[in-house]
Write a protein that binds this ligand. Sequence first.
Ligand SMILES: C[S@@+](CC[C@H](N)C(=O)[O-])C[C@H]1O[C@@H](n2cnc3c(N)ncnc32)[C@H](O)[C@@H]1O
Length: 252
Amino acid sequence: MTEAAGLWEAWAKRWDRFQETYVPAREEQFQIIADYLAVIRSAGALRLLDLCSGPGSAGSRFLQARPGARVVAVDWDPWLLELGRRTAPGASQIAWVEADLCEARWIDALPQRAFEAAVVTTAMQWFTPEETARLYGDVAALLVRGGVFLLSIRAASGPDSVRTLVELAQLRWQERAHDAPGGEHWASFWDAARREPAFVELLAERDRRFAGRYPRASRPLAFHEDALQTAGFTGVGEVWRHHETVIVLALC
Ligand SMILES: C[S@@+](CC[C@H](N)C(=O)[O-])C[C@H]1O[C@@H](n2cnc3c(N)ncnc32)[C@H](O)[C@@H]1O
């Protein structure tokens, strides 16, 4: 492995460790998503749209289980997309699409317009309620009849009093994850990446694209369920939960 390849590989591992500090049972969640995709479409062609893919986290893991699948990964961060192109298992089988999902015209960047499945993991906090509603509608329009959308999001359920407790319990989990060996904070990860000369240009472009954007507080599960139903999904339900983190399944 060249020095450059080793550098990118090391950062791919660091990305996973960083995300695991914020996302409970992250690998288990990818497995659960793959299980539902297998149940819903056990054989035959499966075209998977990995939205806000980062380095192709969900799509590349799914390809390991289903090598014949076709994955389209969409993200707006040029550094994370490059990380995926260089390090994701099965990267050459993934179509990497650079597009801003806040823009309604992101669909124009897609290489195809029909998918059996779509996923979004740990990313809906980047969108306003209006953008979320539009994005769910876009996904519904891209899925074939019987298609499935799987979302890993933060969304507590129940009345306000219960949701507050769920959010506090999640924070306790997160503090333990930060304190664990290899635990990584947002600032320490991105500061260290910016100190790496090989990443300067891509991260400068990332900073330009995301200037003024920030992750928002989570919204109740009912918000997402309503938005998905309004978008045209018929069966919508929670299929896994850890405190505030939930996998939602929506059927077209
Ligand atoms: C926490 S990361 C999760 C990445 C990946 N899904 C994973 O699980 O590792 C959130 C992702 O959302 C992407 N993102 C945020 N806003 C976006 C937008 N407007 N368009 C496309 N991607 C966006 C970020 O670039 C980042 O890759």
